[in-house]
Design a protein around this ligand. Structure first.
Ligand SMILES: [Zn+2]
Length: 335
């Protein structure tokens, strides 16, 4: 994924915390301004007005989500142990097998096609695991599993590609063998998210573009209630940005889910427009949100470098994102 060239970042509402007599903290917007700068250089303050921070307790009897971060981290370690995973490589083929091996007994669809890239034709494979629900409609949770074609073999993409692949596996463990009262949940490991040469509108998001077109043609797109994308969500310093192309109501629902769980301080401190796998689905009218922390190391220094290694990640960050995704699904089911 990538920040557009003229990144406009807005961050900018600072909040004064007011401790009332009853001890309840009320956020109070105090000032707003705008600037053009990178996320890491922006002032640290919540970007979501207090009015959006609604807490509801719909289906409050349901157990709170409780993803085991160490369990997710183990999956990240196994993915990273494969090595680099660019499309067309042995590492990529191993990753496909690895994902499929974790989905035994699950209804799996593979969306295989040949992508025409600036450096030739490559086989691409989106992997979809389907968990049926009683409600009419589908919630998609997606994340990419490829690593960058042009980067050296030493690049393992622990956070970029590794964290999303692993979190989807942990979510599969949550849904496997259980009947869902809510919507069907489809877990989607997207492929060829990364550019083959340099990120452009055409050299990027190959798998997502292909699948969005397919789902538009076969009518699946109309059934999708929400498309939740996770990307780079393992950073120990978790700071998920408010991605400004994302569907506003779904973005707000994620913040509500985070607030319900007490994790809102990890969400939406910074607003940014980020190009990622949600865009092709937004384009065809699917409500979509990108949960991404594109502030990986100071000034995003680890992003797309061989320093994107497992020591930068924490089980807690993986668990927080996983729990917020599950809580968002619970809220969607209750709508
Ligand atoms: Zn990337």
């Amino acid at each position: 994924m990538k920040l557009p060239k003229n990144v406009t970042l807005f961050l900018l509402i600072t909040f004064a915390m007011f401790l009332s007599a009853c001890g309840k903290q009320e956020p109070t917007p105090s000032s707003a301004s705008s600037s053009e700068t990178k996320p890491a250089a922006s002032a640290r303050a919540p970007a979501t007005p207090a009015s959006e921070a609604v807490t509801t307790t719909a289906n409050s009897s349901a157990p709170k989500p409780d993803i085991n971060g160490n369990h997710v981290m183990q999956y990240v370690k196994e993915v990273v142990a494969i090595g680099s995973r660019p499309v067309g490589s042995a590492g990529h083929a191993k990753t496909e097998h690895y994902i499929l091996s974790k989905l035994a007994g699950v209804d799996v669809e593979q969306d295989k096609f040949t992508a025409q890239t600036p450096v030739g034709k490559f086989p691409v494979n989106n992997i979809i695991a389907k968990f049926p629900g009683r409600k009419d409609g589908i919630i998609v949770v997606a994340g990419h599993y490829d690593t960058n074609y042009p980067l050296p073999k030493a690049y393992v993409g622990a956070n970029d590609g590794g964290s999303s692949t692993a979190l989807l596996m942990a979510l599969a463990d949550q849904f496997r063998g259980k009947e869902r009262d809510g919507y069907s949940v489809w877990l989607l490991w997207t492929d060829a998210e990364e550019a083959f040469v340099t990120w452009t509108a055409t050299d990027s998001l190959y798998g997502a573009k292909h699948l969005a077109q397919k789902w538009q043609q076969d009518g699946t797109a109309k059934k999708i209630k929400a498309f939740i994308l996770v990307d780079m969500i393992g950073d120990a310093d978790l700071d998920i940005q408010k991605e400004t192309s994302s569907t506003p109501w779904l973005s707000d629902l994620v913040y509500q889910a985070a607030t319900n769980l007490g994790y809102q301080s990890h969400f939406y401190e910074v607003r940014a427009s980020i190009e990622d796998d949600h865009l092709p689905f937004l384009k065809i009218g699917v409500p979509a949100v990108d949960l991404i922390d594109l502030d990986y190391g100071y000034n995003n220094v680890y992003h797309h470098t061989v320093q994107d290694t497992i020591d930068k990640l924490s089980p807690q960050s993986l668990a927080i994102t996983g729990d917020v995704v599950l809580e968002t699904i619970r809220l969607l089911d209750g709508r």
